[in-house]
Design a protein around this ligand. Structure first.
Ligand code: ADP
Length: 609
């Protein structure tokens, strides 16, 4: 408090004036330091506003990318741009196998051989400090890492999405050589970095689903287009589809070998594999050996024998994976489709499913080739096979593409709405049901090809159990309750092909549930059996919506649907008819619209009681 503040200056003596002047000077000094502090705060706020603006810009860009590696490229660049770091790193890895899927660096590089141990090292740092989302290290605090990245300061964020088995690391910092040119990392930047890494994770988990769907969509469209462009020479078609498999699944090697043909169809990655050695080595015995006698048609195996053909490019610690698909004609083995993956990419369920579809296409083409080769005058069989092929092509193009297009539309909508969580959930559930439909079609096509390929396998059958299990599987096909009535012996035991019989019963009971009349309160499906000589007669009746008389003779045709009521595939009864043909049985149907439907089945069996 200035004691002279209210005194006229002229009333003060010299000493008092001096004292007053000193007092004023010290106050000016204080003001200057407050002003400096204010300037510092303003600069800091400016810097924070800038960071948030840049984060918004990152968000906008992140919404637009539609592919994982482009997204992580953006993340690594943004770490450098937003936080004024010298380098940025974005990593996405498979949390189950601790394998790196994507590693993008900006301003530094990491050698490939270090990928695996890097994830391990990063994870262990978080394990000792589980409550931290972001860790910061100064030079000297982490010597092992400095060998890989000569850092002066290093900052690291981590998150795991258990649902998708996926983990993310985002890192950035300053290198030793740049230490003098860059500001030391201050707490605000650490906080902002934590916020940024949270945003990266949020973006990625919502993108991840979209990325996965888009990838499946691209692959299935390519598959459908290849089927549609099939020409009249089966061998060429087989070569085309094998090439597509090579492009699509990116193995190091793919081959298809028909037992009766000298040369295999083979595609391989020139820079990693000595494919000539594989071919020149003559037979592809080791592929057979990888199966070690397994009878499974599709087999995924880890095997190191393949390594002799690799041109020293193999990463330490990675394993070669082979996928083999047996090709049969009427149950007998006629060839093999084989894939070898030597890199760290894992083989997904979808990859295996695609290999199954390609195997089915090859089976159909081989059948056509057989017909071309022989002098068969059985015109009927020829036209049946051709008809089947047309239908098969039709199914892949139409039945797989329709839900695919729906998925595509929904993905575009998600893009448009830019991640409103509630709307996204709705879209994702619509996408899921489209994908389920696609899955149903694929499963039925596989059922069809299994019936065409595999030999009849007689096994002990407990019929009542088959019926009860089938009902348990299908009763939720419709929300309207349909009761099961059984008119048969408790213990009805016989020998027959259980798998095929099961498929037929499940289809027929499934239809009774799907086409129930929901205006009725006593909907039922009744299964009645009768033993006539060495035949089993089964009647499956329902009081559902029934079938129009004009459609009745078409319901056993491939892809025929008489009703718009559900999204059926139109394959169930066709496959059932084919199966009954194979088992020397019969299947028929009678129906009255509004009253109900009965499917009659008769089948030769070997009774056990
Ligand atoms: P989907 O997958 O369409 O059910 P199916 O081959 O099993 O294919 O049946 C062909 C068509 O026959 C169905 O689309 C349906 O219109 C009709 N259908 C089959 N079973 C019944 C039934 N029990 N009641 C009424 N309609 C049926």
């Amino acid at each position: 408090m200035n004691i002279y503040a209210h005194t006229e200056l002229s009333e003060l003596n010299k000493d008092q004036l001096l004292e007053y002047a000193r007092e004023l000077q010290s106050r000016v000094g204080k003001f200057a330091s407050v002003e400096q502090q204010l300037i510092n705060i303003r600069d800091r706020l400016d810097a924070e506003v800038l960071i948030h603006k840049q984060m918004n810009a990152f968000n906008e860009k992140a919404f637009k990318v539609n592919e994982s590696s482009a997204f992580f490229q953006l993340v690594a660049e943004s770490v450098v741009d937003i936080f004024e770091f010298e380098f940025g790193i974005a990593i996405q890895y498979d949390a189950r196998q601790e394998e790196m899927n994507i590693c993008i660096t900006e301003g530094t590089t990491i050698p490939r051989y270090a990928f695996h141990c890097l994830i391990h090292a990063f994870k262990s740092k978080f394990e000792v400090q589980p409550d931290k989302k972001v860790l910061q290290f100064n030079a000297g605090e982490w010597q092992e890492l400095k060998v890989l990245i000569p850092f002066h300061q290093f900052i690291l964020a981590h998150s795991i999405n258990m649902e998708a088995d996926s983990g993310i690391f985002v890192a950035g910092g300053i290198l030793e050589k740049g230490a003098l040119n860059y500001r030391a990392i201050e707490p605000q930047r650490v906080n902002a970095f934590e916020l940024f890494s949270k945003q990266v994770i949020a973006h990625f988990s919502s993108h991840e689903k979209t990325f996965r769907i888009e990838k499946s969509e691209r692959r299935l469209s390519a598959l459908a287009n290849t089927f549609l462009s099939f020409g009249s020479v089966p061998i060429d078609n087989i070569s085309n589809i094998t090439k597509l498999a090579f492009d699509m699944l990116a193995p190091d090697l793919v081959f298809y070998k028909h037992i009766g043909r000298e040369e295999p169809v083979i595609f391989f990655r020139d820079d990693t594999i000595d494919g000539h050695a594989v071919v020149a080595g003559g037979d592809l015995d080791f592929f057979y050996q990888t199966r070690s006698g397994s009878a499974q048609d599709t087999l995924v195996a880890v095997d190191h024998r393949f390594d002799v053909f690799l041109k020293g490019k193999r990463d330490e610690g990675s394993e070669s994976v082979t996928v083999t698909q047996l090709i049969r004609h009427e149950g007998a083995l006629t060839g093999m489709l084989g894939f070898c993956f030597s890199s760290t990419t894992s083989v997904t369920q979808e990859d295996v499913q695609i290999i199954g579809i390609i195997g089915s296409a090859i089976t159909v083409e081989e059948k056509r080739q057989l017909v071309r080769n022989s002098l068969i005058s059985k015109n009927e069989e020829l036209s049946k096979i051709n008809g089947e092929l047309d239908n098969f092509v039709y199914s892949v193009s139409h039945d797989l593409r329709t839900p695919l297009m729906a998925v595509k539309g929904l993905v575009n909508l998600i893009d448009l709405y830019k991640g409103d969580e509630k709307e996204n959930l709705e879209f994702f559930s619509l996408i899921e049901s489209s994908i389920d439909r696609m899955d149903d079609t694929i499963k039925e096509i596989l059922d069809y090809s299994r019936n065409a390929r595999l030999q009849i396998q007689p096994e002990k059958v407990n019929f009542q159990k088959i019926v009860r299990d089938a009902y348990a599987d299908v009763k939720f096909y419709s929300s309207h309750p349909v009761a099961l009535q059984l008119n048969m012996d408790e213990e009805l035991l016989f020998e027959s092909d259980r798998y095929r019989l099961n498929t037929v019963i499940k289809n027929v009971i499934g239809n009774a549930v799907k086409y129930a009349d929901d205006s009725k309160t006593d909907s039922y499906v009744a299964v009645t059996t009768e033993r006539i000589g060495n035949e089993l007669h089964v009647a499956v009746s329902d009081n559902g919506i029934g079938i129009d008389a004009r459609c009745l003779n078409k319901v056993f045709d491939m892809f025929f649907r008489a009703s718009e009521k559900t999204t059926g595939t139109g394959l169930g009864l066709y496959i059932s008819k084919e199966i009954m043909l194979k088992l020397n049985g019969k299947i028929g149907i009678e129906s009255a619209p509004g009253i109900g439907t009965t499917v009659h089945i008769s089948l030769p069996v070997k009774y056990l009681n």
